[in-house]
Design a protein around this ligand. Structure first.
Ligand code: AR6
Length: 174
């Protein structure tokens, strides 16, 4: 069952001892605020140096670097859509972030991975809609993959945690 490999947690993604943590980045991959800023601060200059060589990342895609000083081995940088009105392809692009991040993870032998709530901060995606897409996209991927053993959503704040938990609970109920 794919839902049993999904966990919902509250906390700082930078401290997670998983094979890869996912960054909610911007297209240039040169750092920023939010979780992106936290990851670059915790990872140190090695992460930014590697990012510079990647020549950016398109919205909906994902690229990988090492994780510098963090406990994880890798950072998978994905770029979520900026939310406008939900009619500009945002749901498809957000789903693509999760799918592409997991594809890059599998290509690199990652078995445990942590995601933040991509697009739910600066990029303004409404959390209930984003959480549904996030949990459904991951669950769909896991039904076709048996190499990933754990996908943990690591969320900032009780509200976001509760919304993701409710989506996960719905998945369990089938
Ligand atoms: N651990 C887990 N979640 C976090 C952390 C953390 N350390 N810090 C923030 N969050 P955001 P976006 C949550 O804004 O909306 C950057 O400047 C946060 O509360 O980080 O995809 C980039 O460079 C929110 O729920 O990402 C881009 O320009 C979620 O992570 C832009 O922001 C995502 O918020 C990307 O915006």
């Amino acid at each position: 069952m794919s839902h049993s490999r999904i966990e919902i947690a509250e906390g700082d993604i930078c401290t997670q001892a998983v094979d890869a943590i996912v960054n909610a980045a911007a297209e240039p991959l040169l750092g920023g605020g939010g979780v992106d800023g936290a990851i670059h601060r915790a990872g140190g200059p090695a992460v930014l140096e590697e990012c510079r060589k990647l020549q950016g990342c398109k919205t909906g895609d994902a690229k990988i670097t090492t994780a510098g000083n963090m406990p994880a081995r890798y950072v998978i940088h994905t770029v979520g859509p900026i939310y406008r009105d939900g009619q500009q392809g945002e749901p498809e692009l957000l789903a693509s972030c999760y799918r592409r991040s997991l594809e890059v993870a599998v290509e690199n032998g990652v078995k445990t991975i942590a995601f933040p709530a991509v697009s739910c901060g600066v990029f303004g995606y409404p959390i209930p809609a984003a959480a549904g897409i996030a949990v459904d996209s991951v669950a769909k991927f896991l039904t076709q993959d048996d190499t990933i053993t754990c996908v943990r959503f690591v969320l900032f704040g009780q509200t976001t945690f509760n919304v993701f938990s409710a989506c996960h609970a719905r998945l369990k109920e089938g």
